[in-house]
Design a binder for this molecule. Structure first.
Ligand code: GEK
Length: 252
């Protein structure tokens, strides 16, 4: 990746006279992605940093660490720079060809010795095995709701006992009033970060029915149903959150 592309400012939804279709992770998004996600997701930088710390703590020797919906590999790099355990490999998966191509450039420009394998495939078809750390940052929300239970169950099945799953998601809230308040606070966050009212509105409508958030309770129930234990909400800022969940050392 060139410095210029990494630093490009997101003005994708700024045009006043354009028709925007449904949001997709295409080349235009790839070109502005680092700026877009940092100005749109409160706490993103903290969450990435913590993925590294958690991977350092939980990566087991000879295991695989996964970055599911890796985009440009931010969590992959955070893990790669912190993991101490021997014989670990990181698998980073995304179904967008444009994301994976740029991600490969990012990984190639990084000299750390932990091997990274990039896979361009849908998470619905991915094989997950021998995993001690699985990071899924703001990606489950793009998977069809009907597929989510099955995907989380497969992640659990592919994990080693004692492994950690880090799931970051945008949230909805059961009270309409609270939901509206959190949306307003997120709106204010984006305005403060330089997005105009028009940009915010046009991106929201492009994401309608593409990004489908769920409540914290819904995630907790799904994780418990799959077998995860010790689920904790370790980060929340307005309607953006990150959860930790563990595969028990001794399954019941
Ligand atoms: C980060 N985790 O920087 N299979 C694989 N990938 C998918 C699928 C799917 N079915 N659906 C969507 N994606 C990253 C940010 S972005 C979140 C993740 C955001 C991919 C999609 O191509 C995109 O790269 C990513 O999931 C979601 O921490 O942009 O809000």
């Amino acid at each position: 990746m060139t410095k210029q592309s990494r630093d490009s400012r997101d003005t994708l939804f700024a045009a006043t006279d354009a028709e925007f279709g449904a949001f997709t992770f295409d080349q235009k998004v790839v070109d502005v992605f680092p700026d877009m996600i940092k100005r749109s997701v409160p706490g993103y930088t903290t969450i990435i940093h913590m993925a590294g710390q958690l991977a350092e703590r939980y990566a087991q020797a000879g295991s695989l660490c996964y970055d599911l919906g890796c985009s440009l590999g931010a969590s992959t790099l955070a893990m790669r720079h912190r993991i101490q355990a021997a014989g670990v490999k990181i698998i980073a998966i995304d179904n967008s060809q444009e994301m994976i191509q740029r991600c490969q450039q990012v990984i190639d420009a990084d000299s750390h010795e932990i091997p990274v394998e990039l896979r361009q495939e849908s998470l619905l078809d991915s094989q997950i095995e021998n995993a001690s750390v699985v990071v899924m940052n703001f990606t489950l929300q793009f998977i069809a709701p009907a597929e989510r239970d099955r995907l989380i169950a497969r992640i659990y099945q592919g994990m080693r006992p004692g492994g950690v799953f880090i799931l970051s998601e945008k949230l909805t809230f059961n009270s309409a009033h609270h939901d509206e308040l959190m949306n307003e606070l997120h709106y204010y966050f984006k305005k403060t970060n330089g997005y105009s009212e028009l940009e915010i509105a046009q991106k929201r409508s492009a994401l309608d029915n593409v990004l489908i958030p769920e409540s914290l309770e819904c995630h907790q129930q799904r994780l418990a149903k799959a077998g995860f234990e010790g689920t904790e909400l370790w980060f929340q800022c307005f309607n953006f959150s990150s959860l930790l969940a563990f595969k028990p050392i001794q399954e019941k």
